[in-house]
Design a protein around this ligand. Sequence first.
Ligand code: M6R
Length: 609
Amino acid sequence: MCGITAYVGPRLCLPIVLDELKRLEYRGYDSAGVAAIEDGRVRVIKSVGKIKNLESLVDEANVQSTIGISHTRWATHGRPSTVNAHPHPDCKEEIAVVHNGIIENYMALKEWLISEGHRFRSETDTEVLAHLFEHFMKGNLEEAIREGLKKVHGSYAVAVVSSHFPEGIIVARKDSPLVVGVGEGEFYAASDIPALLPYTREVYLLEDGDMAVLTHDGVRLGRVNGSKVERSIYHVDWDLSAAEKGGYDHFMIKEIHEQPRTIRDTMRGRVTDDSKLNLSEIGLSAEQLNRFNRFYIVACGTAYHAGMVGKYFMEKHLRVPVEAALGSEFRYRDPIIDDKTLVIVVSQSGETADTLAALRDSKQKGATTLAVVNVVGSTIAREADHVLYTWAGPEICVASTKAYVTQLIALYLLGMHLATIKRTLSEPQIAEMVNAMRELPEKVEQHIAGQEEHIIEIARELCRHPAFFYLGRGMDWVTGMEGALKLKEIAYIYAEAFAAGELKHGPLALITGEVAVACVLTQSDLSDKMISNIKEVKAREGLILMVCREGDQNAASVADYMITIPSVTDAFMPVLAIIPLQLLAYYAAKELGCEIDQPRNLAKSVTVE
Ligand code: M6R
């Protein structure tokens, strides 16, 4: 859950590793640090808080070095503090290590190293790495790192500098992301590609068990176990401007506005002009797909909500059991999996530890796996048997918006593809759906253009309510869950979604005039039942914010505030209905002065369990 960077080249390293690090701040931001080789010795500078705090210390220190590493931290073992910040040195301060991941057996290793005379300073798991490498240092740092990593259970992306090896940096990975960049006579490493884009577009995507030695002369790749390996260079062809704010106040609002384009991108090449589908890219034949009699969609957070919509859609149209499951629960409950099971994992980052673990577990139990994923070359994308990319582009704001909507589109496409093969939907039915789907980008545009100012006003008026409930039935309930998650994570307002029919089984007791109740009403067959539930809320003085289709007079008759969305077939309404809830959360957070792109206690990529 942390970010690491490294640089070796002719230029001063610290401005470069810090610049790279800023693009990784979304991975964690409670403390940061750098280490560099200066006059053959290791210099370490670290500070608690955001990278800008570290920057002023680095400026003062005026380190003259061309070989350096950096780290931004999201605390797991040990509270945020300067001493717990990375890089972590060994006893003699001759080795410094930055690490992303978790060393699961660190307690046992720490006890052993202490008994061998090592002195620990921090509460972190990472510090054992520095002492392990020190322990095995017999003149060759690379060998010491190999020996040390052999002792480690858990996940790591590490970068190491040392006075024992003043010529460069050694990096290695297992179960945590790491890329190595190749420039003109300069070499880089980072937790992900956007950090490197201002410097190079040529990268090695390291695999688990890979190690790389970066010196002024180049990059030498190998395996932690000592064997040789060759990897080809991946040329990054997407633009850095896609990862910058582009004139908006925050990445979140930029990403909300990008959604019409990203929906088009997700559909591109997959729906044809004559309203057919083409999903041959997933590499599953009709024969293979027809064998599956059970489907799981496994994911976390927002991606799980997309999975729930996918479940409703697929189950309805495929007539086979489809279960949406949380990654963090799935592998601990012994799910029924065999070789007739397709496990679809959904993830923006492709690095979420729980989703990845569910994927690995499912493969081991004999399932076929398909990843619906955004980040190309991510671990989930590489480990799944089959991949369907969502093409949302880099999503920087911790709160997921455009990734969610593209996950919905990808799951709809997949569902329609399966229904075509299983012949549970006819060609004209598919064509009708494809046509409806193609209208979505324009309808999202139309909605944002027509309602954004109105939503700003509503957000201003309602944002000081202490609690928000979100009510809906069927897919509208799922939209409510996603809307509530957005409000919680960026505006820090207590928000909860309820299946509207469940209200009178308990939650109704909580309704007072203090509670704002956002009602999502787009599913036509459930409209009358939903209106009855809303009336029950109104009778208890709950304040109703209605999100409904344009022209819905019944909904209007029970609303205190109303946001309307364009109409499309029921199945695709979640794509339109989530947009005002994203905007509501954004403008409420803005009104309340919240930080928005990097909410407290959260990180973009949850790479630990
Ligand atoms: O990268 P992933 O899609 O696997 O991430 C899963 C969740 O951590 C993520 O969706 C999280 O819930 C978002 N911050 C919510 O906005």
